[in-house]
Write a protein that binds this ligand. Structure first.
Ligand SMILES: [Zn+2]
Length: 283
């Protein structure tokens, strides 16, 4: 599933490709993608004549801002966008097509069919599902060490599932949580109450630096992820632990370990991320 860096890359690409374009019609080939309004035809009709102003991101959601309307799109597992000349044959698994006045189409393709689209009047989208319960943006200024600690510290869940919870912090998925916890030298099964201030600081820095580097690399291309122009992200070449089971730890050389935490495959170095809190002694 695309996480913050991949969605951010799609956002940037879409901005370049579709900002300023006016929709003259919309074809919905797979009604289940459309969540709001309930009727796909209403969805299509509502967008006609509207111009795309900008493309923003909230967590793992794209906010395609039109004049007076916002289209909220979630790519889920394998959704992707592409811009094509309208006379080019439509590829298999293309479910929604936005036809523009200039003879091009924005096409949404989704092999797994899990993606969703909602439209709202501008402003309304922040008060209603799916965006209304989203947590803090980890790359924004208000995401400080203390905010991170305050949000998580009193929870009784292990640290990894907490970091995956989109109602607390948005945008982190399995890859970037594993990478961040390794960088912060924190075992994914630690209880948040056991973390020292130094560890919260390391975790905060690790989340920011991991996401920032991944955005710079255009995200990670795992399985079928490509950005809106069919380009692959490059961050998978910088993975420290994710997908590197039995390969040597980049820090200590010990073979990396894979196990399951909260139902998710999890990669760690058992030496660099000890379960026991040895770091507290240093404080
Ligand atoms: Zn190690």
């Amino acid at each position: 599933m695309p996480e913050l860096p991949e969605v951010e890359t799609v956002r940037r690409t879409l901005m370049e490709l579709v900002a300023g374009k006016r929709i003259h019609s919309v074809t919905v080939k797979l009604p289940r993608i459309i969540q709001r309004p309930a009727e796909p035809q209403q969805f299509a009709d509502a967008l006609v004549g509207h111009t795309i102003q900008t493309v923003e991101r909230r967590g793992k959601f794209l906010r395609i801002v039109l004049d007076g309307l916002v289209l909220v799109s979630h790519l889920r597992m394998e959704g992707r966008y592409g811009v094509y000349p309208s006379d080019e044959p439509v590829e298999l698994h293309t479910h929604v097509i936005f036809h523009f006045d200039d003879g091009t189409d924005l096409r949404y393709k989704d092999v797994r069919q899990f993606g969703t689209m909602h439209i709202f009047n501008t402003g309304e989208e922040l008060e209603l599902p799916p965006l209304n319960k989203l947590g803090i943006e980890p790359l924004n200024d208000e995401f400080t060490v203390n905010v991170l600690r305050m949000k998580l510290e009193k929870r009784t869940t292990k640290i990894k599932p907490l970091l995956l919870n989109q109602e607390l912090i948005v945008g982190l998925g399995n890859i970037y949580v594993d990478e961040s916890l390794f960088l912060a030298r924190i075992h994914p099964e630690r209880s948040p109450g056991s973390l020292s201030q130094a560890e919260w600081k390391r975790l905060h820095e690790a989340i920011r630096s991991t996401l920032t580097r991944a955005v710079e690399a255009g995200g990670s291309s795992i399985k079928s992820y490509v950005n809106g122009q069919g380009e692959m992200g490059m961050f998978q070449h910088q993975f420290l632990v994710y997908g590197r089971k039995n390969e040597p730890c980049t820090s200590c050389g010990k073979p990396l370990h894979k196990f399951v935490v909260g139902g998710r495959g999890t990669h760690i170095c058992t030496k660099c991320q000890p379960m026991k809190d040895t770091n507290k002694i240093k404080l």
